[in-house]
Design a protein around this ligand. Structure first.
Ligand SMILES: *[C@@H]1O[C@H](CO)[C@@H](O)[C@H](O)[C@H]1NC(C)=O
Ligand SMILES: *[C@@H]1O[C@H](CO)[C@@H](O)[C@H](O)[C@H]1NC(C)=O
Length: 403
């Protein structure tokens, strides 16, 4: 495991707020039509960005080479976690929120507390990471996301071997159910948490709304809304695009998108994915080379990110992501790493680092970009399983200069 600064000291250092979920142990009935929200906590690790880039790329490359169910999310500097309860009465576990994988599991760094609702299915689960894997025993148990979101008989993994969890207890898998194919020995596929919330009538539609505030803003919180999206969090309409038909992105929350830097097209419309488990924005190497020459950035050894001068920052153009005929503007400020967090990534205090990096492969792979957290903190996202589509909307942070 990589070394980390203790969370409390780092948060004190950075003056970031840490919100934890306070959930009632007593489920109460609710109507199926209204969406319910799970509050998230932002967690800041400090390993150096070379580690983020390496971990993010391992995740991308595992997808491109066709090994399914790839997850490699926990080495990142910034990640969103939720506290979920398992059992009755529930024990709470801090898990990574991941739309790029679909198995929910716990048992890392905190033992599973069995209760009368815990049933061993006899199955062995195994999920491959980009850089390791998790193996364990599959159980069914009551999973409490919060008092409005209680799932009976949820199939969950209990890890007995895992790597790279950096203090987290597991993963909340919010990807498509097909990513669970073949992950549990005695089962064809495993219904996800979202599937079961819908099947059990807890939510009226199988839709997940994701809101992340920029980590450097005073509001360093996020929320998952199950059964819809939180209209108070968006400043315009949600625009939808169908899941891409291009493999391998089509197996994930994949979309078709083109990217322009200013008025220059740098990536023709192609398939890639949207992923809460990736920190940065990754684009195919040919597009990245165009981005690098247009911005004048030089690859910084310490962080493995492009570094620009303040003059170059003043000249920076917006990046435009065109998705389903709608263009989303990533402003110059949204293209830089939050300067207040430079030291956390091994950068210099006054350095300006770009958050767009290369996937490491040229376009045409069927997985030519990853819109990670740095994109999702600027645009609200709606993962709509019911209609096989993804939606995006602007928020109060789309044009903010928090970085
Ligand atoms: C619990 O879920 C498993 C599959 O995960 C299923 O085989 C079983 O019938 C379910 N039990 C109940 C009581 O719903
Ligand atoms: C939706 O967002 C608003 C505005 O940020 C917030 O006050 C509210 O608590 C959120 N709704 C839920 C159900 O969490």
């Amino acid at each position: 495991m990589a070394p980390s600064i203790s969370l409390s000291s780092l948060l004190a250092l950075l003056a970031l707020a840490f919100f934890s979920l306070s959930a009632s142990a007593l489920p109460h009935p609710r109507t199926a039509s209204s969406p319910a929200t799970l509050k998230l906590a932002v967690r800041i690790n400090s390993y150096g960005t070379r580690n983020i880039v390496a971990a993010d790329r391992a995740r991308i490359q595992a997808r491109q080479t066709g090994s399914s169910s790839s997850i490699s999310v926990t080495n990142d500097v910034m990640l969103y976690t939720a506290d979920i309860g398992v059992g009755n009465p529930p024990t709470y576990y801090t898990v990574l929120v991941d739309t790029g994988s679909s198995n929910t599991w716990i048992g890392a760094n905190k033992a599973y507390e069995k209760t009368a609702t815990s049933h061993d299915t006899g199955g062995i689960f195994c999920v491959a990471y980009g850089s390791g894997n998790v193996i364990g025993e599959e159980y069914t148990d009551t999973v409490t996301l919060n008092s409005d979101l209680v799932i009976d008989n949820q199939s969950i993994g209990i890890a007995f071997e895992y790597s790279g969890m950096n203090g987290l207890n597991g993963i909340l898998g919010l990807g498509p159910v097909d990513l669970t194919l073949g992950t549990v020995s005695n089962t064809y596929q495993v219904a996800t948490v979202t599937d079961n919330l819908y099947k059990q009538g807890t939510i009226g539609s199988e839709v997940l709304g994701v809101f992340f505030a920029p980590a450097s803003s005073s509001d360093s919180s996020g929320e998952l809304t199950f059964g819809g999206y939180n209209a108070s969090k968006i400043t315009g309409d949600v625009s939808y695009v169908p899941i891409t038909s291009t493999s391998p992105a089509s197996g994930y929350w994949g979309i078709d998108q083109s990217i322009s830097y200013g008025s220059t097209l740098i990536l023709d419309e192609t398939a890639g994915i949207v992923d809460t488990g990736t920190t940065l924005i990754y684009i195919a190497s040919d597009a990245f080379n165009k981005y690098q020459s247009a911005t004048g950035g030089t690859l910084d050894e310490a962080t493995d990110l492009l570094k620009i001068s303040s003059d170059q920052y003043d000249q920076l153009s917006s990046l435009y992501f065109t998705i389903g005929g709608v263009t989303y503007e990533l402003t110059p400020n949204a293209q830089i790493w939050p300067r207040s967090l430079n030291s956390a990534i091994g950068g210099t205090t006054d350095g300006i680092y770009l958050i767009v990096s290369s996937t490491g492969s040229s376009s045409g792979s069927g997985d030519d970009f990853t819109n990670g957290y740095c994109f999702l903190e600027r645009f609200y996202s709606v993962f709509d399983t019911a209609n096989s589509q993804l939606g995006f909307a602007t928020t109060q942070y789309t044009y903010a200069t928090t970085n």
